[in-house]
Design a protein around this ligand. Structure first.
Ligand SMILES: Nc1ncnc2c1ncn2[C@@H]1O[C@H](COP(=O)(O)OP(=O)(O)OP(=O)(O)O)[C@@H](O)[C@H]1O
Ligand SMILES: [Mg+2]
Length: 223
């Protein structure tokens, strides 16, 4: 279960004015659902995913994910919550630049305490079609390959909840479709809750729910 209770996020702009990016959002999604988040650039989609992952805190309101009210968790508690429940595919990948593709994925498995992180990482990289690039560091990979490493890292723990920020944004049509089918298969086979930010309405329509963010609010889909 994912629940937002009157969540607002106000940033301070560089000129010192306050910028309300998310305003009083409330919604709830049952565990195991797949949800697409759509909305124009700058509408707060990545901000919202950051709140769901506990990487950022709302200015007001509460975020409850998998039974945890994230505002009540310490930094250590949040790290544990993420390792045990979440996979996150960042819009800008956030790969460790000095580590190989394989090491990037292994580290995520180690942090989560997987019994055999190396084997799990090799399998995850094979699932995204990168078994031939495991020793390359991110600087030696194409943008789409980096995106697939980021996805392998997010799925290596077979998380309960997968938060994906435009996970196919850097991929060509064939790889985009492969990655999307992989995420859908994880959702269906393992019951993974999938929250996916996308600008592609065709992909969004294949998920259980679609929510649209605009002007800081859900314009529809969150009822
Ligand atoms: N730390 C910050 N300080 C100030 N403003 C911020 C900060 N983070 C985000 N913003 C602003 O919040 C707004 C929403 O940003 P966000 O990254 O959530 O948009 P988005 O919907 O993911 O857009 P895109 O589709 O382009 O990825 C943007 O206008 C951005 O400039
Ligand atoms: Mg974004």
């Amino acid at each position: 279960m994912i629940e937002l209770r009157e969540v607002s996020r106000v940033f301070e702009s560089p000129s010192g004015e306050s910028l309300t990016v998310l305003e009083n959002l409330s919604c709830s999604f049952k565990a195991g659902l797949s949800v697409a988040i759509e909305g124009p650039s700058g509408s707060g989609k990545s901000t919202l995913l950051g709140l769901l992952a506990g990487l950022d805190q709302p200015t007001s309101g509460e975020v409850v994910v998998a039974g945890h009210n994230l505002g009540n968790l310490s930094e250590a508690g949040l790290s544990r919550f993420r390792a045990q429940n979440l996979g996150f595919v960042f819009q800008s990948f956030h790969l460790l630049q000095h580590f190989s593709a394989l090491q990037n994925v292994v580290i995520a498995g180690e942090i989560a305490g997987l019994p055999a992180p190396l084997k799990a990482a090799q399998e995850a990289l094979a699932r995204v079609g990168l078994e031939h690039r495991t020793d390359h560091v991110p600087g030696q990979l194409s943008g789409g390959e980096c995106q697939r490493v980021a996805i392998a890292r997010a799925i290596v723990t077979r998380p309960k909840i997968l938060l994906c920020d435009e996970p196919t944004g850097s991929l060509d049509r064939v790889n985009s479709s492969k990655v999307f089918e992989l995420l859908l298969a994880l959702h269906k086979d393992l019951g993974t809750t999938l929250v996916l930010v996308t600008h592609d309405p065709h992909l969004a329509d294949r998920l259980d729910r679609q929510v649209f963010l605009e002007g800081g609010r859900f314009v529809n889909g969150a009822a």
